[in-house]
Design a protein around this ligand. Structure first.
Ligand code: SDX
Length: 431
């Protein structure tokens, strides 16, 4: 964080105050308000943190106006085209692209951690078959702290490393098991001869009774979806992981908290909600009806897959995802997929509508991901679990970064209290 010799001055009740201004590598300067309360006896008020930097980070940078997303300085478009998910995991975790040897060691280590403790299989059987797989993932990931006691001490760098590998490696296994359990098929064990994305597809779609060969184009599209969802600054679920970790909670509990937060339809649940919306629209001729509803302030309906807290231009991930959607549907021979036709026409009509242009509401990462996942054969209930397994490396990277910050304090926001002033208790007979 670059200290500057600049300050921000303000006057309150006739008293002048000065606060330091800090300059980042990229993005707007920040006013350091850490001493504001002690100096001026006031809080700031920013519900939703629209103008508040909650931490310092060197992992990901977003320029919402320019539609830029960098991971450790590398543009997401280049990573999606030239890299692959586990290499991006290494980059997010360690800050630099790996050498060939480093990458091989990293991938081998992840591969060797993909199985879960055999006794954890029993957890799945405690859920109803129709449980949402996100409920299963929250439960099973949280329960990992009941099995992997040798990687729960956050003060031990070695245990932090082991927990990181276990979570990145086991999330696809847990997500696939949640899916298999929901459809009554047997669990499929990880295969060390397959890469990360192909292994996930095999665990989801193979059955013991016949040979299953993963289509390399689908595996590449799956890997690209993982990469596009890997990390995204201080979004709601990442902030949840950071806040949980600030109390000293173990890594499995922190990631379970992140999964729970991601589930919401305003966040990671949007890909499921978006596809359900596209299905509800059904045909191109009904699009105007839904656009009108989205514009109606008295109607809570929103266009799922549109808008973003930070991107006030296009979401660079949506651009790449749209290309993948075209490739996958062409491969599967369903490029005339009615849902995709509705999606493309909805995008066109929404972007031509001043309401969306004025409010800078553009398709986000969730707009096209659901179409690809549905084309691959996933039910909508698996869309957010796939987002969660992709984002685990982002949560873990941010969790490790925060733990290595010597200035780490427990997160404890203040409030603007508008409740009753102090008053005395009244006995029930006198009320
Ligand atoms: C993700 O933070 C991240 O980085 C998240 C994420 C990640 O990688 O982690 O990128 C992943 O969560 C993407 C977002 C997925 N969510 C959706 O697609 C759900 C639909 N989108 C909205 O819920 C909304 O756009 C948010 C929650 C994403 C952003 O909301 P903001 O920035 O808090 O904006 P807002 O709710 O204050 O809306 C501003 C205005 C409002 O109108 P006014 O009150 O000013 O009249 O825009 C309107 C909103 O009504 N608006 C929409 C809209 N989104 C905002 N109107 C119609 N349809 C929409 N989708």
């Amino acid at each position: 964080m670059a200290e500057t010799n600049r300050t921000a001055s303000f006057t309150l009740d006739g008293e002048s105050h000065e606060l330091p201004v800090l300059s980042p590598t990229e993005g707007p300067d920040v006013v350091d308000i850490r001493k504001l309360y002690s100096q001026a006896d006031v809080f700031t008020y920013d519900p939703g943190f629209t103008s508040t930097a909650a931490c310092e980070s060197a992992i990901t940078f977003i320029d919402g106006d320019e539609g830029i997303l960098l991971h450790r300085g590398y543009p997401i478009g280049q990573l999606a085209e030239k890299s692959h998910y586990l290499e991006v995991c290494y980059l997010l975790l360690y800050g630099e692209l790996p050498s060939a040897d480093q990458l091989e060691t990293f991938e081998t280590t992840v591969t060797r951690h993909t199985m879960i403790h055999e006794q954890m299989h029993n957890f799945f059987r405690g859920f109803r078959r129709d449980a949402h797989p996100m409920a299963t993932m929250v439960g099973v990931v949280g329960a990992m702290s009941a099995f992997y006691h040798d990687s729960t001490d956050i003060n031990d760098p070695w245990q932090r490393e082991v927990a990181s590998f276990r979570l990145i490696a086991k999330m696809p296994t847990i997500a696939a098991m949640a899916y298999k359990y929901s459809i009554g098929q047997p669990f499929v064990y990880p295969r060390n001869d397959l890469d990360y994305a192909a292994n996930f597809l095999n665990m989801c779609f193979s059955v013991p009774s016949e040979r299953y060969d993963v289509d390399p184009i689908l595996a590449r599209a799956m890997d690209r979806i993982f990469t596009l969802h890997a990390d995204h600054e201080q979004n709601a679920s990442t902030s949840t992981v950071r806040l949980a970790s600030s109390s000293g909670a173990n890594p499995f509990a922190c990631i379970a908290a992140g999964i729970a937060c991601l589930w919401g339809p305003a966040h990671g649940g949007a890909n499921q909600a978006c596809l359900e919306m596209l299905r509800q629209i059904g045909t191109v001729d009904r699009i105007p009806e839904f656009i009108d509803r989205a514009k109606d302030r008295n109607d809570p309906f929103r266009l799922m897959g549109f808008g973003h807290r930070v991107y006030k231009n296009f979401d660079p991930r949506a651009t790449v995802m749209k290309q993948s959607a075209d490739e996958v549907l062409e491969l599967l021979g369903i490029e005339d997929n009615p849902t995709l036709q509705v999606a493309k026409e909805l995008e066109k009509q929404a972007l031509d509508d001043p309401y969306f242009a004025d409010k800078k509401l553009f398709p986000n990462v969730d707009f096209y991901s659901g179409i690809i996942l549905e084309a691959m054969g996933f039910p909508t209930s698996m869309f957010t679990p796939i987002f969660a397994l992709s984002r685990t490396v982002g949560w873990i990277s941010q969790w490790k970064e925060q733990l290595s910050d010597p200035a780490l304090k427990i997160g404890r926001p203040r409030q603007l209290y508008t409740g009753a002033a102090q008053r005395d208790y009244v006995d029930v007979e006198n009320r």
